[in-house]
Design a protein around this ligand. Sequence first.
Ligand SMILES: NC(=O)c1ccc[n+]([C@@H]2O[C@H](COP(=O)([O-])OP(=O)(O)OC[C@H]3O[C@@H](n4cnc5c(N)ncnc54)[C@H](O)[C@@H]3O)[C@@H](O)[C@H]2O)c1
Length: 362
Amino acid sequence: MISKKSILVTGSSGLIGSEVCTYFANLGWNVHGVDNNQRAVFFGAQGDTRWNQQRMLRELPGFQHHELDIRNRTAVLELVAEVRPSAIIHAAAQPSHDRAAQIPFDDFDTNAVGTLNLLEAARRACIDSPFIHMSTNKVYGDLPNSIRLKELDSRWDFDDVVYANGIAENFSIDQSKHSLFGASKLAADIMVQEYGRYFNMPTCCLRGGCLTGPKHTGVELHGFLSYLVKCNLTDKEYKIFGYKGKQVRDNIHSEDVVRLMAAFIDAPRSAEVYNLGGGKANSCSILEAFEIVESFTGKTQKFVYLEENRVGDHICYYSDLSKIRSHYPKWNITHSVADIVSQIVDAWKCRADVRQPAVENL
Ligand SMILES: NC(=O)c1ccc[n+]([C@@H]2O[C@H](COP(=O)([O-])OP(=O)(O)OC[C@H]3O[C@@H](n4cnc5c(N)ncnc54)[C@H](O)[C@@H]3O)[C@@H](O)[C@H]2O)c1
């Protein structure tokens, strides 16, 4: 008898984790989701992801939820030993750089130590199973801000041919300000690479730009496009922090993130690192995002401008996707920014209809 493939997904109730669970459940895999709704602890009721957990339990065949904190080393070792998954996707994290400064122990224990717990559990129980870690472009600290920029009408852009396609994986991670979040994620990123190189495990780090989509529970401190749409729909003022609102982010739909993960699981490599955002074509500034959102909601975006930028915030960042495209030529971006925004608008409207806690003021 051929046994079913299984995947273990941490952060399963979050944006990326839930997209992964959906994708692999629909392929017929057994899906083990690990989440303890820590997002509600980090961000309060507005960050609550239970609605997504309950939706998956209702809708996904083969989905099993494990209420487990990845900081609990013994429990992580036991679960991975019991499941011995065919692949692991690690998407649980304290994801906000602003929040990290207020909770440095929780941030490091979750992001760095939690990742080590999972890596070691994988090495002991399923050393040949692909291990994909969601990393972040904050591992580059604020060094991207040292690239020469040009100011355009509605956005900043790189003024250096080296970065014409964006920032590649050989960009320095050293000697810049990362925020405590960037530092804890970098510790995890290096450890994932090390388990790949030292133990020859099929590991990979995806250094995310702005990952988003209709399943995002955006809050002010994390989830830029999702939170912006929510503000627009609820007539709430969006706060712009410095850089004239021309700061640029590259946005990628969570489905496109998962499609790359699936490609890696099909053809794994060892100790790889990829910059994964929407790339230049899917980049937009905050001012440009206002316009796109307004075009779908018909509502003018209210905002307030604050001179001071967020600590270590990137002025312009978009990922160079060339390395991914050369390793996985069949992968591509399938959702434009406009497409992503229109889906987020529809999703927030539905969630208001069913009176989700995150939109109680709609
Ligand atoms: N969303 C983005 O723009 C973005 C950008 C770059 C990198 N990333 C990275 O991608 C990953 C996924 O991000 P996301 O946007 O899906 O985040 P998310 O906050 O939506 O999901 C993370 C999930 O992890 C859970 N979690 C947190 N701590 C936990 C713990 N100790 N034990 C068990 N579960 C825990 C949370 O409850 C939440 O459901 C994270 O590693 C994040 O740093 C995200």
